[in-house]
Ligand binder design. Structure first.
Ligand code: ATP
Ligand code: MG
Length: 365
C-alpha cells in the first residue's frame, strides 16, 4: 500500500524502516527536507503543514494517511476530517485533543480517569483565584515536548511574577497543574487494530533526566494489579477515540493509584524498546493496524531496556555506545539528524536484558 504520514522525524523513520520490508511505499509530508524519514527511503514532500492545496494533491496518491507528529495545525486536521476519499488512522480528532493540554485532561476526566488538578490559565481567567494548593507546574497549553514550556511555581509570589510576563505574547494560554509527588512514571504503549483488537505488552517504567526521557525499563517493576489497570485505562481511552494505530499513554503512580499525565497519538519514545524485545515493534504494529491487517497471534516480548542518546556530548556518547555494541545484546538506533544540539534526541540504545544486568557504562551514555 501507499502509506503517507504527516511529519518526517525519527518516528516516521522507524515506521518507514518497518513498512518498506512489508512491501509498502512510504511518503512523508512536512516543512523539512533532508529529514530522518527521507534518509531511509520515505519519499519527501516539503511544504508547511497549512499548505492545504498541496496536501490535497499529495493525499490523492495515497491509500492510507497517518501521523508521526502531533502538533499539526488544527485547521489542517479539520480539513482532513472532511476528506472522505482516504482512510486516516488514527482519527484526526485524537490529535486535536492531545495537542491541547486542557482539552486532553478534560477529556480523560470525563472518561473517569484520575489526573492532577488543573486550571486553564488565559488572560481572562488570570483574574480568578486558583483553588489548587502549591506547588504547581505551569505548562504552555500547546506545543510543549520534552518538558519545554514548563515552569514550577512554589507560591503566590512566584505566581504573581510569572503572571507579569505570561501574556506578553498575544493569545498565550497555559495549564496550571498540581505537582504530583509520584513514586514512579509508567506508560502504556498499545496498538488498536481496525477490527477493535488490541495488542499491548503491559507497562514500561520511565526515568527522566532534566525533563527528558532518559531510560525505559520493560517490564515495569510494579504490582500486576496496577499494570492491568493501566492497560485497561489505556484501552478504554483508545476505544473512546475509535483509535487505530499505536498510542502512548503516560501515567504517574502515587500511593498505588494511577494519574493519567498525557497521551501521544502516535508511537512513543517509551515504546522504542519494542524494536529489540524479540517480538513485534510498536512501528510494525502501527503499520499493520493502519493498513488493515490483523494483529499477530504470538506476542512474547522479553525484558528490554532503552536508553536515549541526546545531542549533549554526542561524540562521547557514541564512543560509549560503540564500546557496548561489542556485546550483541545491545543495539544502536541513530536518527541521522543533521545537527546534534543539546537536548535533541539523536538516537537510542536498546539492551536485551534486565536493569540488573546492565553495567554502569549504560548510565554514562
Ligand atoms: P514529553 O514530550 O517528554 O512527554 P511534555 O513536555 O509533553 O513531555 P509532560 O509529559 O506533561 O510534558 O511532562 C514532562 C515530565 O514532567 C513528566 O514526565 C514528569 O516527569 C514531569 N511532570 C509533568 N507534569 C507533572 C505533574 N503534574 N506532577 C509532577 N511531575 C510532572
Ligand atoms: Mg510526557
Amino acid at each position: 500500500m501507499k502509506i503517507g504520514v504527516l511529519g518526517s522525524g525519527q518516528l516516521g523513520q522507524m515506521m518507514c524502516l518497518e513498512a518498506i520490508p512489508m512491501g509498502h511505499e512510504f511518503f512523508c509530508f512536512s516543512p523539512d527536507g533532508n529529514s530522518p524519514s527521507g534518509k531511509v527511503g520515505a519519499k519527501e514532500t516539503v511544504f508547511p503543514y497549512d499548505s492545504l492545496k498541496q496536501l490535497e494533491t499529495w493525499i490523492q496518491n495515497l491509500d492510507v494517511l497517518s501521523f508521526e507528529f502531533e502538533n499539526i495545525p488544527k485547521p489542517t486536521l479539520d480539513f482532513l476530517k472532511n476528506q472522505k476519499s482516504i482512510s486516516i488512522f488514527p482519527p484526526p480528532e485524537s490529535l486535536v485533543i492531545a495537542q491541547d493540554r486542557y482539552l486532553e485532561k478534560s477529556y480523560v476526566r470525563k472518561l473517569g480517569f484520575r489526573t492532577a488538578e488543573f486550571f486553564h490559565l488565559t488572560k481572562e481567567t488570570s483574574k480568578f483565584e486558583v483553588s489548587i494548593s502549591y506547588p504547581w507546574i505551569i505548562k504552555t497549553l500547546r506545543f510543549g515536548y520534552d518538558g519545554k514550556g514548563q515552569v514550577r511555581v512554589q507560591n503566590e509570589t512566584e505566581y504573581q511574577s510569572f503572571l507579569q510576563s505570561a501574556f506578553q505574547t498575544e493569545g498565550s494560554e497555559y495549564l496550571i497543574e498540581e505537582v504530583i509527588s509520584f513514586q514512579k512514571e509508567i506508560s502504556i504503549i498499545l496498538t488498536r487494530f481496525q477490527n477493535g483488537d488490541i495488542v499491548c505488552y503491559g507497562a514500561v517504567e520511565n526515568e527522566h533526566k532534566h525533563h527528558i526521557l532518559d531510560l525505559s525499563i520493560f517490564p515495569a517493576r510494579i504490582p500486576i494489579g496496577l499494570n492491568l489497570e493501566a492497560i485497561e485505562l489505556a484501552s478504554k481511552l483508545a476505544e473512546s477515540l475509535s483509535y487505530v494505530g499505536t498510542i502512548g499513554v503516560e501515567f504517574f503512580i502515587k500511593e498505588n493509584q494511577l494519574y493519567l499525565n498525557e497521551f501521544a497519538p502516535r508511537p512513543h519514545n517509551t515504546g522504542h524498546y519494542t524494536q529489540d524485545c524479540q517480538s513485534f515493534s510498536q512501528f510494525y504494529l502501527h503499520v499493520q493496524a493502519i493498513t488493515g491487517n490483523n494483529p499477530p497471534s504470538d506476542v512474547r516480548p522479553k525484558p528490554t531496556l532503552m536508553k536515549n542518546i541526546l545531542g549533549n556530548s554526542y561524540s562521547e556518547s557514541l564512543n560509549i555506545a560503540k564500546e557496548l555494541l561489542r556485546d550483541d545484546r545491545y543495539r544502536l538506533h541513530l536518527y541521522a539528524k543533521e545537527e546534534a544540539k543539546p537536548g535533541r534526541k539523536m538516537g537510542h540504545m536498546n539492551f536485551k536484558g534486565t536493569l540488573e544486568e546492565v553495567n554502569s557504562l549504560f548510565h554514562d551514555l
